[in-house]
Design a protein. Structure first.
Length: 446
């Protein structure tokens, strides 16, 4: 009997360990689990395929999930530097903090641990912005293109040598090795091109990087997409329709589609007529769904903003529209606290956890999260990242030009509005959720 029980326990442990290793080793797509086992809150970010910055904040002792389809670099920001980690789909990673205050990501697989450690250790070893003096020195180097490029090439040489020695000493996967080689190369080039002025630079200094934009498998490397965008903006007259045809003729594959998407976004942002004239061509010829959907969303919101700027309409995550007054009526016999925010507003994002906590602990107040984003994709992604997708979260059509923004005189965010349950009393500039004055104001409402 005892022997049978011990054998059963052994089998359970074996398969549990096997499952943990499989999760850590990563799959082609899936949910990456991040477990914060440190005693403090940690925050990471990554740049997705549309070049949106996605932040993830994990409180001490809590877990977070991340859905990715390809490997990415995940950054931990601290001070003036950022520590990179190579994350794969369906990883299960434990997060701790070492004695120097830097994060350590590990799992049950030794090869993955070696991969997680390499990029982190490389950044710590070759951190050129560790101190104020380092930052000042780097700023001086940037004043001379020749000196700065020499500095970047020397950094690239040292990192490549470190990488080569590391993979000879520790076991790592071939996919990882190829990724890091490309990451280091495109990081060096994108840093070179990023300091070039938008005007007055000889065209040859930019065109020389054209041959490097031929790596469709590198589109999950943020320095590669950064290079592609800089190339579009620096090489072509991006405010002309001719730029679209030039990119279409000179590039190919998924990289071309990404560059054309970037150009279409620029057209849209600057309200150029070329967005309309090239829209059908882009949508019909673009193969990659996320790029095509991105521009289609911009078109949809552009139409809604144009037609409903004065209507007080809100857009839901499902794509439905609802009038602001209808939303208020649906919230029943409760006061309403409105949190106006946007994905690009860091103070807004920092304040949202307090609004969520206030909502979860209040029995008399309903909280509504209204985004003033112009970019619907960024709004949707941040809504999910911040955990607002299961709450009353909407996009204000017309953003800062909307009737709603004008009604409450919103010229800057974060901005908060408090409305009484009888909808007769409105406090157009309410305190944030951490301010004790908010509770006192609520107690005065009928």
């Amino acid at each position: 009997m005892k022997r049978t029980k011990i054998f059963s326990i052994f089998i359970f442990i074996f398969f549990w360990a096997l499952n943990s290793l499989a999760n850590c080793a990563g799959q082609t797509t899936g949910i990456t689990q991040l477990r914060n086992q440190s005693g403090s809150e940690v925050s990471f970010y990554y740049i997705n395929e549309l070049r949106h910055l996605i932040s993830i904040i994990i409180p001490a002792g809590k877990n977070a999930e991340l859905v990715i389809e390809t490997p990415i670099v995940f950054y931990y920001s601290i001070g003036t530097s950022k520590l990179p980690f190579y994350i794969k789909p369906a990883d299960t990673l434990n997060i701790s903090i070492d004695k120097n205050g830097d994060p350590v990501l590990v799992c049950g697989d030794s090869i993955r641990n070696n991969e997680l450690k390499l990029m982190r250790d490389m950044k710590i070893r070759f951190n050129s912005t560790r101190t104020v003096a380092d930052i000042k020195k780097l700023g001086q180097l940037k004043q001379s293109r020749t000196l700065y490029e020499a500095h970047l090439m020397e950094e690239y040489r040292k990192k490549s040598q470190f990488f080569s020695t590391y993979v000879k000493t520790y076991s790592t996967g071939k996919e990882f090795q190829k990724y890091v080689k490309n990451y280091l190369y495109y990081q060096m080039i994108s840093e070179k091109i990023a300091v070039l002025p938008l005007k007055g630079e000889p065209i040859d200094s930019v065109v020389e990087y054209k041959k490097s934009l031929n790596c469709d498998e590198c589109l999950n490397i943020d320095s590669y997409t950064s290079l592609a965008q800089h190339y579009v903006f620096l090489t072509y007259n991006a405010f002309s329709e001719k730029a679209y045809e030039e990119i279409n003729e000179q590039f190919s594959g998924k990289t071309r589609e990404f560059m054309l998407m970037s150009l279409m976004q620029l057209y849209n942002k600057n309200s150029l007529p070329f967005f309309e004239t090239r829209y059908n061509k882009f949508v019909s010829e673009t193969q990659y769904g996320p790029y095509r959907n991105r521009i289609a969303e911009l078109k949809q919101v552009e139409m809604l903003n144009r037609d409903f700027t004065n209507s007080g309409l809100l857009l839901s995550l499902k794509g439905d529209t609802i009038r602001f007054e209808t939303l208020l009526n649906s919230l029943g016999d409760k006061h309403v606290y409105i949190d106006f925010w946007a994905s690009w507003c860091i103070p807004c994002i920092d304040a949202i956890p307090a609004s969520k906590l206030f909502e979860d602990t209040s029995k008399t107040v309903a909280v509504v999260y209204l985004s003033l984003d112009k970019d619907p994709s960024a709004w949707k992604e941040y809504t999910k990242t911040l955990g607002l997708d299961k709450r009353e979260s909407y996009l204000v059509l017309g953003n800062f030009k909307s009737t709603l923004a004008r009604k409450y005189k919103i010229s800057a965010i974060p901005h908060y509005v408090l409305i009484s349950k009888d909808r007769k009393t409105v406090i157009p500039s309410a305190p944030d959720a951490k301010d004790q004055k908010l509770l006192r104001l609520i107690n005065t409402l009928k």
